[in-house]
Write a protein that binds this ligand. Sequence first.
Ligand SMILES: Nc1nc2c(ncn2[C@@H]2O[C@H](COP(=O)(O)OP(=O)(O)OP(=O)(O)O)[C@@H](O)[C@H]2O)c(=O)[nH]1
Ligand SMILES: [Mg+2]
Length: 223
Amino acid sequence: MTVNIHKASTNFRYGITDPNQLIEFLQTEKPIGISFIGRSNVGKSSTINRLFGKNTAQTSKTPGRTRQINIFEFYLEIDGKPESGERKFWLFDLPGYGHASVSRKMQDEWQTLMHDFFVHAGENVLMLNLQDARHPNQKSDLQFKDYLKNFDHETFLVLNKLDKLKKQKERAQLEKMKPQIFKEHKSVKQIYFISAESGQGTENLERGIVEYLLLKEQIDANL
Ligand SMILES: Nc1nc2c(ncn2[C@@H]2O[C@H](COP(=O)(O)OP(=O)(O)OP(=O)(O)O)[C@@H](O)[C@H]2O)c(=O)[nH]1
Ligand SMILES: [Mg+2]
């Protein structure tokens, strides 16, 4: 039996900028799902399109394009057969952090909205922290990881743009960083290397996501 994300089921539901609307959604829906967080331009929307169908999220060459929390619903499929109408899951495309050229006012608004997201998301939303495989752990990435320590959200670290690492040596260096990352960041449960552009590694990532969702769904159903 193979369980996958049913790409054709992904459906845009809300684009939220208002913190009160966000809190109401999270408290009412108690979502089981996943969210994408990372620096602007790291490839969040591209990765979402890979995993959830090619026109799900907007992608852009202009960093800082996604300014609101975009919320989608989706379903799973078992051996290629859609489960529509049964177990609903939620996908959150969060606005990127660490983009210097946005105004102070926009940065403050970002902080308020994101803080409310992390406070109210609950225990069933997996955080996918995307970073650029060519230069991970930028200042804003580290600041963000420290900030996440205030919460207890399960996190997958996803290093994207693997296609831009031409040399095997560069990839091996990344592999070597893994134990250190797990040690320093207890909430990081898995580390993936992917290319949203070529699709490399995205099947593994999808498997990890589906396992997370099925586990949470099962726990939820037994409560
Ligand atoms: N070479 C390469 N380019 C990529 C990859 N993933 C994304 N890109 C490119 O990087 C740019 C930014 O991608 P987006 O998916 O829009 O990035 P984002 O993180 O959603 O950006 P914001 O919404 O602004 O925060 C686009 O030009 C993509 O085509 C990848 O795996 N490899
Ligand atoms: Mg985006």
